[in-house]
Design a binder for this molecule. Structure first.
Ligand SMILES: [Zn+2]
Length: 258
C-alpha cells in the first residue's frame, strides 16, 4: 500500500495474533496489519517497567503501529493502543475463541499478504466477542472467512450431484459442502447435519446486516452441529489440528465436572 510507507517505515493499524517473550525485555509479535498483512515484529524493551509500549503489545490488542522493515523481522518503533480487548485475555472461554481465530488467520494468511476484507472481518468479530457475543461471533467468523478464503461450503444442494437435499444429508469436508443421502452412502464419510442448521449457516454467510443477527434463534443442538462441522472443516483445510479446539474441549469438561 503506497502512501503508508516512507522508505522502510510503515504506519498501520494492527492486531496482535501472537506474542512470545524474547530474552529479558523484548517480545516477538505476529501482527496482522491492515497495510502490512501478517508479519513478524520485535518490540524491544517492552517488558521493562518504564517502557511506554508496555501495555500496547498484548495479545489481541488493537492499535496504531509505526514499524521499520528489517531483513527478517519488523521492529516496532511506536505503538498506540486503540482497543486493548482486555476481556479476550481475562475470560477463559473468550480467550479460547480469540485464540481459535488467531490460529486460523495464522494458518491461512501468507506473509505480508495485505487483505483489508479479512482484517475488517477479524476486527468486527473481536468487537463482538468483547461484548456479549460468544459462539455466534465465532461462527460468523468461520463462515465469512471461509467465503473470503475461497472455501465457501456448498449448502443449498448436493455438491456432488446438484440434486435437492432431502433427509439424511451429510457435510463432507473432502467435497466442500453438503451431500445428499444417496451420494453420502457412496462417499462413506461426512457428518450428519440438519436442515435447520444448514439454514442458519447459509444465513451467516449471506447476511451483511449484523444487527439482524440478534433475531436469529439458534438451539443448543444447532450450535453444536455447526461447531463440530466447522472445526472439522478448518482442520481439513489447514491440514493440522488446532490447539484452541482441544483447549475448548478441556475447558468444557472442566466446567461439567465443577
Ligand atoms: Zn447427491
Amino acid at each position: 500500500m503506497e502512501g503508508r510507507w516512507t522508505g522502510r517505515s510503515v504506519k498501520t493499524e494492527a492486531v496482535v495474533l501472537r506474542s512470545i517473550k524474547y530474552g529479558e525485555a523484548d517480545v516477538i509479535l505476529t501482527l496482522f496489519g491492515r497495510n502490512t498483512g501478517k508479519i513478524g515484529a520485535i518490540a524491544k524493551g517492552v517488558k521493562k517497567p518504564k517502557s511506554r509500549m508496555r501495555g500496547t503489545v498484548q495479545l489481541f490488542s488493537f492499535g496504531d503501529y509505526m514499524l521499520y522493515r528489517g531483513k527478517s523481522l519488523y521492529t516496532v518503533t511506536q505503538c498506540e493502543t486503540k482497543e486493548p480487548f482486555s476481556i479476550l485475555r481475562e475470560d477463559l472461554v473468550k480467550l479460547t475463541y480469540a485464540s481459535y481465530i488467531a490460529e486460523i488467520l495464522m494458518g491461512l494468511l501468507q506473509e505480508e499478504e495485505v487483505n483489508p476484507p479479512v482484517f475488517n472481518l477479524m476486527l468486527v468479530v473481536m468487537y463482538m466477542l468483547s461484548r456479549e457475543y460468544g459462539t455466534l461471533a465465532v461462527r460468523l467468523f468461520d463462515l465469512k472467512m471461509l467465503k473470503l478464503a475461497g472455501y465457501e461450503p456448498g449448502l443449498l444442494s448436493c455438491v456432488l450431484c446438484q440434486g435437492p437435499l432431502g433427509q439424511g444429508v451429510k457435510f463432507s469436508n473432502m467435497d466442500g459442502g453438503v451431500v445428499c443421502v444417496r451420494c453420502a452412502a457412496r462417499t462413506a464419510q461426512g457428518q450428519k447435519v440438519s436442515k435447520g442448521t444448514l439454514a442458519i449457516m447459509n444465513h451467516l454467510i449471506t447476511e451483511n446486516n449484523l444487527s439482524k443477527l440478534d433475531r436469529l434463534k439458534i438451539s443448543h443442538n444447532a450450535h453444536m452441529e455447526m461447531e463440530n462441522i466447522l472445526h472439522s472443516y478448518w482442520q481439513y483445510i489447514l491440514e493440522r489440528r488446532l490447539k484452541s479446539i482441544s483447549f475448548l474441549k478441556d475447558i468444557r469438561i472442566l466446567h461439567e465436572n465443577q
